[in-house]
Design a protein around this ligand. Sequence first.
Ligand SMILES: NC(=O)c1ccc[n+]([C@@H]2O[C@H](COP(=O)([O-])OP(=O)(O)OC[C@H]3O[C@@H](n4cnc5c(N)ncnc54)[C@H](OP(=O)(O)O)[C@@H]3O)[C@@H](O)[C@H]2O)c1
Length: 253
Amino acid sequence: MTGREVTGGTGGTGGQLADTRIVTAVVTGASRGIGRATALRLARTGVRVALLARRPDALAEVARACGNAAVVVPCDLSREADVTRALADIEATLGVPQLLINNAGLFALGAIGVMPPADLDRMIALNLVAPYRLLHALVPAMVARGSGHVITIGSVADRAAFPENAAYAAGKFGARAMHEVMRQELRGTGVRASLVSPGPVDTPLWDPIDLDSRPGFPPRSAMLDAEAVADAVCWVASRPAEVNIDELRLSRA
Ligand SMILES: NC(=O)c1ccc[n+]([C@@H]2O[C@H](COP(=O)([O-])OP(=O)(O)OC[C@H]3O[C@@H](n4cnc5c(N)ncnc54)[C@H](OP(=O)(O)O)[C@@H]3O)[C@@H](O)[C@H]2O)c1
């Protein structure tokens, strides 16, 4: 796959991708929240983005907003067969992408004695196994090409322990571990690996949770917004090709 220079962009931090090889990207969980904001920001810089999530209508709306031949790939990433089909769609439309953003995630709270093990299974399937499947399929081709970038969306909970957060933390600590191992494996290959770990972000992820009844969580008005995280992700992606941002943590000032 040949690269072309990325032109246009919105200016400002992350507005233009300095790594001119980034012309195609895969964003999981692109139908809303951080993934949607990141896909839109990438599209504004001229990147052609494959949008992955379950809801085709929501993805179609994001694709329209991207406005530059974004590719809609509806799939349930917690299902192996869907991931296989999505990878075939990506291969057919974008080839091997320059950028993979493993963003899709599921969050629920519950003490270990209360949350059913099936909820842990669901969170691990989406937050840990699905990213691994995409990495397993795409990273060898990036290494063979000698360029590429994988960005894992972590969380403050990939390092810190909070009550009622065992299932989510298990996936996010695991995703951070996977990232750190991958970083070691990829050193010197030309393929970059970054972890972007935000604190609480005001997205629909919080809709099912009654924050008023849970002391210790900030109100949604005091969280980061999704655009701030998208800005950070695009800044990480836009460093010169020889610079790897290993880990970036952000929280509301
Ligand atoms: N919001 C926060 O406070 C916060 C803080 C730190 C880290 N994070 C992390 O940031 C990432 C994005 O979070 P967000 O806040 O933007 O969440 P969100 O608003 O709930 O969006 C989640 C995205 O994942 C997709 N998704 C959910 N289940 C899926 C499945 N089985 N297969 C494919 N796609 C699926 C959803 O689309 P469909 O419903 O269409 O499938 C949606 O696009 C997650 O990894 C999350 O853990 C969030």
